[in-house]
Design a protein around this ligand. Structure first.
Ligand SMILES: [Zn+2]
Ligand SMILES: [Zn+2]
Length: 369
């Protein structure tokens, strides 16, 4: 099949910025050096642009995982222009299609089934989406957001202002315009581009699938470090409206921390969280599936699978009982009744569930090669 025509604007943009960074940064570094302010600006600009994509474009505008104050949305619009990944309106339209048709090569704009290069950057280099490029039907809600539409209308001007104007101004204040434009403008742009592109490429290839195997998305703690917390992509694809991607408190998810912090200051509200019971239940179901696959080649697999099924049902029942009791306890607390029996019961059911999980682990471990 003949490939669609090349989009020269995108191709030249990615090529020139990449080659420019590879050549000019070492050249400036060796001949002139970079000072501490320039390095700090690199980091601040990297977080400002990256988090505008992950907390703004992604979790706020694409998935409506929370609500944000207009001042925050305005900063996201500026940071999104700084990140140079198209307008929020366009980005979200693509992203919603990605979720709806994930891994479908005909529909998912950056389908991981097309390989690393395509899902990372290749999808933007040719007219693959020409037929629906300006179809914004799936982002009608965002068309009511004046900040989104303002950014969409003035996107090019904002890109130039944020990527060249702002670094040049800060460089002028710092006494070296060129070094600042190279560091906070060019190098930062290229690094943030590829780190965020990893969410579409590597986060669909490399990592574990603890919650679902219905799509290619993976959980990968290392990738979370490079992607502002978006490395927990398997969780994200099954529970896309949760404002978190890394759900454990120690999971590196600065996007989640930023949203929570803004919530404390009244700048973000209505943070959406999937009930823990549903998360656990998805996880258990995956464990059953993985255990079944593990023994499928054994001659007596039917018998073992039956055993697995029985243990799984028991574990599931303990889970339901535990969360039921927990709910009753919360209810009682809300009515300001302190019920010690109920508290003890919750503790007991929790222990039972954990115990059953340990049983499950040792049972399945016995069959793992
Ligand atoms: Zn994805
Ligand atoms: Zn998403």
């Amino acid at each position: 099949m003949k490939k669609p025509p090349i989009i020269w604007l995108n191709t030249l943009l990615f090529a020139i910025t990449f080659i420019g960074a590879v050549v000019l940064i070492p050249w400036r570094g060796f001949t002139h050096g970079f000072d501490g302010i320039e390095w700090i600006a690199f980091v601040v600009f990297a977080y400002a642009s990256g988090l505008s994509i992950t907390a703004g474009y992604h979790r706020l505008w694409s998935h409506k995982a929370y609500k944000a104050h207009a001042s925050v949305r305005f900063l996201y619009a500026l940071g999104g222009a700084l990140a140079l990944q198209n307008s929020a309106l366009h980005w979200c339209s693509d992203h919603r299609i990605h979720h709806k048709h994930v891994d479908n090569n005909d529909k998912d704009p950056y389908s991981a089934q097309m390989g690393f290069w395509y899902s990372h950057i290749g999808w933007m280099l040719r007219e693959y989406q020409a037929s629906r490029y300006s179809d914004y039907n799936n982002v009608r809600d965002l068309q009511n957001d004046r900040i989104v539409m303002w950014q969409h209308k003035h996107y090019l001007a904002l890109v130039i202002l944020m990527n060249i104007g702002l670094p040049a101004f800060i460089g002028w204040l710092n006494g070296d315009i060129l070094s600042m434009v190279l560091m906070a403008g060019l190098l930062r742009l290229v690094v943030v581009h590829h780190c965020t592109f990893f969410i579409n490429s590597l986060a669909h290839i490399w990592g574990k699938q603890p919650y679902t195997d219905k799509n290619s998305a993976r959980d990968n703690a290392f990738l979370a470090l490079l992607t502002y917390g978006e490395g927990y992509h398997n969780f994200h694809h099954i529970f896309e409206n949760d404002y978190r991607n890394g759900i454990k408190w120690w999971d590196y998810d600065p996007t989640k921390w930023l949203i929570k912090l803004m919530n404390w200051f009244g700048l973000a509200s209505d943070l959406r969280k999937v009930p823990q019971e549903r998360i656990e239940s998805a996880r258990l179901q995956m464990q059953l599936l993985q255990a079944q696959n593990q023994v499928a080649h054994l001659p007596n697999c039917d018998e073992i699978i039956e055993k697995f099924q029985a243990e799984y049902e028991l574990m599931k029942q303990h889970l339901v009982d535990y969360y039921q009791a927990k709910k009753s306890l919360l209810e009682a607390k809300r009515k300001q009744l302190t019920d010690h029996n109920l508290k003890q019961q919750v503790q007991l059911l929790r222990n039972q569930f954990l115990e059953q999980q340990r049983n499950w682990k040792s049972l399945t471990a016995a069959y793992a090669q």
